[in-house]
Design a protein around this ligand. Structure first.
Ligand code: HEC
Ligand code: HEC
Length: 368
């Protein structure tokens, strides 16, 4: 029973992030929600976070690969309960939700903005300007920030980069401060995105209070039992109330597809100016232990991706980092057949499941 309880939403803790002091600030959450849904924060004025993370659709888009200004290379993950994770993106190349939020804004395939363009856009919007000042106690009319070039930033084309390099250190720091604060507001909102109790949660609740429950049918119960067993091994990686151990594993979906996952982002993560140990973080170095002690063994992390949450899985097809599987049948087939591909050096045990057992597990997954 204690294992079942540990998987139920009632065991969910509130998100914590010492690197974002505005996480639970109601005004920041409101400001962040407006920014999340605002397509004017993109070069074409058509792309917002909500274009790909659609609220009515478990905060994802049902596409195989994401589509912003152009098509991306990865599947859009659902944002349900995302505040529970320590690492963000399929390869975990960001260590906080606020630092994560900065990436799509500058990504040429997504919002395609430059850093100074974002500052201009916030300044030009009366409501945003007022909200910004109220939350962060800083005016956007700071002397160093007057007369900024329209398009400058460290991640654009050569022209954009040259203009960025011409700015003084003080100007660049001022812009980065605004940029990171915008990320913190968006993150405060994103951390409030949670799933509603499902049939599984109802089942655990009833079992715990009355000792019996008919919420799940026989196939679903068999699937649950198998899921928890070492015969399937699913529970070793898909655990906690969000059914993710929050760590990185190679399950034979990387390498071959030439997307090496976690191993390729370790260096980038250590040098990211917006990480937990950087100038724009609100955390003390002693609060950044995840980053400090992360596994840096590139060989061991080759082809590894962060274990995704399985909550709301019925609504989040297609599956895996590249959206390669359209159905849960395909996913279970993958797990059952991977033993034949020893050369992939996966973290998986041999998983022998009959067709009926695979079906039962799928029925169980659909109760999440
Ligand atoms: C063009 C579609 C698109 C847009 C626009 C977009 N995202 Fe995403 N989002 C994705 C994709 C694709 C990924 C996974 C990328 C990867 O792992 O490399 C992702 C990943 C994420 C994650 C990490 C999820 C996880 O499981 O680790 C968060 C959080 C997120 N996006 C929030 C945002 C926010 C906030 C914005 C707006 C500032 C935004 N996204 C804009 C497609 C999009
Ligand atoms: C060694 C850890 C590990 C084990 C064991 C494991 N998984 Fe996974 N699972 C992962 C990782 C990592 C991914 C993402 C891989 C990718 O995106 O390429 C994943 C992806 C999934 C997905 C797709 C989720 C999505 O949103 O795309 C499902 C469904 C799933 N696993 C179910 C299961 C089931 C059922 C079992 C037991 C038969 C199982 N997993 C065993 C680590 C594991």
């Amino acid at each position: 029973m204690s294992l079942l309880k540990s998987l139920s939403l009632s065991a969910l803790k509130e998100p914590v992030d010492p690197s974002n002091q505005y996480l639970n600030n109601p005004n920041a959450i409101k400001f962040g929600e407006a920014l999340f849904n605002d397509p004017s924060l993109s070069s074409t004025k058509t792309v917002s976070c909500a274009s790909c993370h659609i609220g009515a659709n478990a905060f994802m888009d049902s596409r195989t690969l994401a589509l912003g200004k152009q098509q991306g290379i990865r599947n859009t993950p659902s944002l349900l309960n995302i505040g529970q994770q320590h690492w963000f993106f399929w390869d975990g190349r960001k260590d906080s939700l606020w630092s994560q939020a900065l990436a799509p804004i500058e990504n040429p395939k997504e919002h395609n903005l430059t850093r100074t363009e974002l500052v201009h856009l916030i300044k030009a919007n009366k409501r945003y300007k007022k909200q910004y000042k109220e939350i962060f106690g800083l005016s956007l009319e700071n002397k160093a920030l007057l007369k900024l070039p329209q398009r400058a930033g460290p991640n654009g084309n050569i022209k954009v980069l040259k203009k960025w390099k011409k700015l003084s250190t003080e100007q660049r720091k001022g812009i980065n401060r605004i940029f990171s604060n915008i990320g913190k507001a968006i993150a405060s909102y994103v951390a409030t995105i949670k799933s509603q109790p499902s049939r599984f949660d109802q089942y655990v609740q009833e079992l715990a209070t009355t000792g019996d429950s008919r919420v799940l049918n026989d196939s679903e119960k068999r699937g649950l039992k198998l899921f928890l067993s070492q015969k399937s091994g699913c529970i070793n990686c898909h655990n906690t109330p969000v059914f993710s151990n929050k760590e990185f594993h190679n399950i034979g979906t990387g390498i071959k597809a030439k997307d090496n996952g976690r191993s390729e982002v370790i260096t980038e993560l250590i040098h990211d100016p917006f990480n937990c140990l950087g100038d724009y973080s609100d955390a003390m170095p002693s609060q950044c232990l995840e980053l400090k002690y992360m596994n840096k063994d590139k060989h061991a992390l080759s082809g590894a991706f962060r274990t995704p949450s399985l909550k709301g899985i019925s609504k989040t097809a297609p599956y895996m980092h590249d959206g390669r599987y359209k159905t849960l049948q395909d996913v279970l087939k993958h797990y059952s057949e991977i033993k034949d591909k020893k050369s992939l050096e996966t973290d998986l045990p041999v998983i022998n499941l009959s067709t009926q057992e695979q079906r039962d597990i799928i029925h169980f997954l659909l109760t999440l």
